[in-house]
Ligand binder design. Structure first.
Ligand SMILES: [Zn+2]
Length: 275
């Protein structure tokens, strides 16, 4: 699933294409991508004619701020966007187009989703404010200090890997960057958050921000399904140190990287240098 760097990459790709444009027509090919179960006709009626004021992101959600309401996109596993001209999407790989949004400059925004686990929510400002209040702080915000991470994480006794992925504690971090940040901070992912020292929280804060920024510089991680806009791949997968590398030697200490399962998700870590 795309995490903060991937959704932010998509946001940066889409913003110059969409900001200031008006949505002239909407075609929904599969109603199940409308997450709030608004009937397709009603969803279309509310969107057609709207201006796109800004393309934003919060956590792993992409937001189109409209002159009336906010269109929230959750990309989940296989959601992708392309922008192009004409009735067919600009990419041969787009074989499962679920929605099309015509723009006032003659181009179309295509949303493709093979598995259709992702989709859209059309919210009013108050509805969005309620959703938004459930997220923890953004880890790349300039005001996000080590003390803020400590405060967000050190509640209860959850394993630190699970706590990092909890969107109500810190927004936008998922399986890949939780594993990578803990490896770079040399912290065992199974450690209870209540046991982390101030020094460990500072290390984790530094490595988390570094890794998210570095991935953003590489347009994200294309491990399986993720693509930026118009099929562009990320390249951070070549810089991963533990994620998906079980059985390989640790780049730091040479011990074999292990895969364990935490809360139903794979965690990759080095038992040699993560304590
Ligand atoms: Zn190691």
């Amino acid at each position: 699933m795309p995490e903060l760097p991937e959704v932010e990459t998509i946001r940066r790709d889409l913003a110059p294409e969409l900001e200031g444009r008006r949505i002239t027509a909407v075609r929904i090919h599969h109603d199940d991508i409308i997450i709030d179960a608004l009937p397709g006709a009603e969803f279309r009626r509310r969107l057609e004619g709207r201006h796109i004021l800004a393309v934003d992101r919060r956590a792993k959600w992409l937001l189109l701020r409209l002159d009336l309401g906010i269109l929230v996109t959750q990309l989940r596993m296989t959601g992708r966007f392309a922008v192009g001209r004409g009735a067919v999407p600009p990419l041969a790989g787009f074989r499962h187009v679920a929605a099309e949004f015509d723009l006032d400059d003659g181009r179309t925004l295509f949303y493709d989703d093979v598995r259709r686990l992702g989709g859209f929510l059309l919210l009013s400002e108050p509805e969005w404010a309620l959703e938004e209040s459930r997220f923890g702080p953004e880890p790349l915000d300039s005001g996000f200090r080590a003390a803020d991470l400590g405060q967000a994480l050190r509640r209860g006794r959850a394993p630190v890997k699970n706590a990092l992925m909890d969107q109500s504690r810190v927004a936008g971090v998922g399986n890949i960057y939780a594993s990578e940040a803990l490896h770079r901070a040399r912290i065992d992912p199974t450690r209870p958050v209540s046991d982390l020292t101030d020094e460990e929280v500072r290390r984790l804060h530094r490595s988390l921000r570094r890794i998210l920024r570095s991935s953003l510089d590489s347009s994200g991680t294309t491990f399986r399904d993720y693509r930026a806009v118009n099929g562009r791949s990320g390249s951070f997968q070549t810089l991963l140190e533990v994620y998906g590398r079980d059985g390989e030697p640790c780049t730091n200490c040479g011990q074999v990287i292990l895969r364990i399962v935490q809360a139903g998700r794979s965690t990759y870590y080095c038992p040699g240098c993560q304590r």
